[in-house]
Design a protein. Sequence first.
Length: 295
Amino acid sequence: MSVLPSGEQWTIEGGGYAGTVVSVGGGLRGLTFEGRELLLGFGEDEAAHAGIGQHLFPWPNRVTDGKYSFGGVDQQLYLTEPARRNAIHGLTRWANWIRLDDGSDPSYLETGHRLHGQPGYPHQLELRLQYRLDDGLTVTATAVNVGTTAAPYGYGAHPYLSVGRPIDECVLEFTAKHWLKTSPEQLSPIGLAPVTGSPYDFSTGRRVLGQLDIDNAFTGLGSAWSVTLSDPDSTARATLSADTPWMQLYTGNAIGRTALAVEPMTCPPDAFVTGQDLVVLEPGQSHETSFRVSA
């Protein structure tokens, strides 16, 4: 029996929404509302590319040179972004996840993965993803330290908002206080700058982007933030909301600027190095966060 590039396919439906969760990475292979694309997807005969719908455990974004120190021990992660010499987007995007719910509720799905210690990350985590559809999609990510030592931890997700047309023809709206400057070579963090007065000020909503490239983190988002992409010529809109202290926006040059990556993150790039907003899970401790997508 042949195996699809993204593994097993599990469909969820409810409230006019429909999506497909896959066993490779526990990712989301697209989401629609009343037949309209809300999150960019990829084909059943394809593997995920450009991070579409993937989850980023146990760190989001990049670790420069894959090097960090934790608990007085120097660690070296595999360089999974070799062109920039970085370790990127964690360790579970290509791992096999298993379905945990019994399938009796068509609007709910839970999947899990046990992350074992490996070079650069010698920790054991029990990971869970819950997908629930009602008047939107709520995704809840949980990690439990099932090992014997404290573990550094962060989470992010990589969905792409879509209203069915190029993002340069759309209106973008979000509010943030600061954006993170990065180096041109490795996209390593340099420092925060105010959003007000910058090219990244979309607090009043404006037509996106033109020639503006964004692949930056934002913070100062408030306790409950949202990013909305809308079609100025119709009522079509897609909104992602979360309570994480950080998010990354990416204008999707790798996919022809057809959708906008809005990535909730519990910590910024290089958090394993700087410790900024890094979660430290003691043995037996857990961490949970959620984000929501709606039309």
